[in-house]
Design a protein around this ligand. Structure first.
Ligand code: FES
Length: 201
């Protein structure tokens, strides 16, 4: 005796499938929106920081940084040092280390140069034999006092403000010196005013 199987409920099955597909689509839509929102936040963060920059004030990215004992620097010599940028992010890695050249003019006075060429920011190198800073990118040359000697740079090397406290040399660092901030142009290698040796261009 043949037993008849019940007819499949195709309508109900289709409804179920449709509902499932709608639910899955909603889920994917929400995940997509969430990912787009997260991406937008990540992209917007630097723009917001840039826009809020002026609110921080001109010293917002500057702080005094310890370069160590003044005894580490010999009179009449230029020494390459590296300091940790005080305004770094955890993901900056090795780039948080910033080089600078310290020249001890005499017992009390220093000139601290940024290594960035005033043309397009390539790092300059100090050659003690010729007493010149030279830029490997386009041949910019600077004298020992930071003045431009030749090549495309439009000006001398940028310098840091500095002070001597408790036998230690400090520089005001953080923001990379450029034409648009507080970088200074040293015109002569003359003794600086004040006993604490703060440079004022
Ligand atoms: Fe130094 Fe161009 S970047 S000369």
């Amino acid at each position: 005796m043949d037993e008849k199987l019940p007819a499949p409920d195709t309508e109900g099955t289709q409804q179920l499938l449709q509902q499932e597909s709608v639910t899955r689509r909603n889920f994917m839509l929400k995940v997509g929106l969430l990912l787009n929102g997260a991406a937008a936040l990540i992209l917007a963060a630097p723009i917001v920081r840039y826009l809020l920059g002026p609110v921080r004030g001109k010293d917002g990215y500057l702080a005094w940084v310890d370069l160590g004992s003044v005894e580490n620097f010999q009179e009449g010599e230029t020494t390459l040092v590296t300091y940790r940028n005080p305004f770094t992010e955890p993901w900056d890695g090795e780039t948080e280390k910033t080089p600078a050249y310290v020249r001890r003019n005499d017992a009390q006075h220093f000139t601290v140069f940024a290594v960035n060429c005033a043309h397009l920011n390539c790092p300059v190198r100090w050659f003690a034999e010729s007493q010149l800073f030279m830029c490997p990118c386009h041949g910019g040359v600077y004298y020992a006092n930071g003045d431009r000697a030749s090549g495309p740079p439009p000006r001398g090397l940028f310098t840091y403000d500095y002070k001597v406290e408790s036998g230690k040399l400090f520089i005001k660092a953080g923001q990379m010196p450029t034409l648009s901030n507080q970088a200074r142009l040293i015109r002569e290698l003359a003794p600086c005013p004040g006993t604490n040796g703060s440079t004022n261009g």
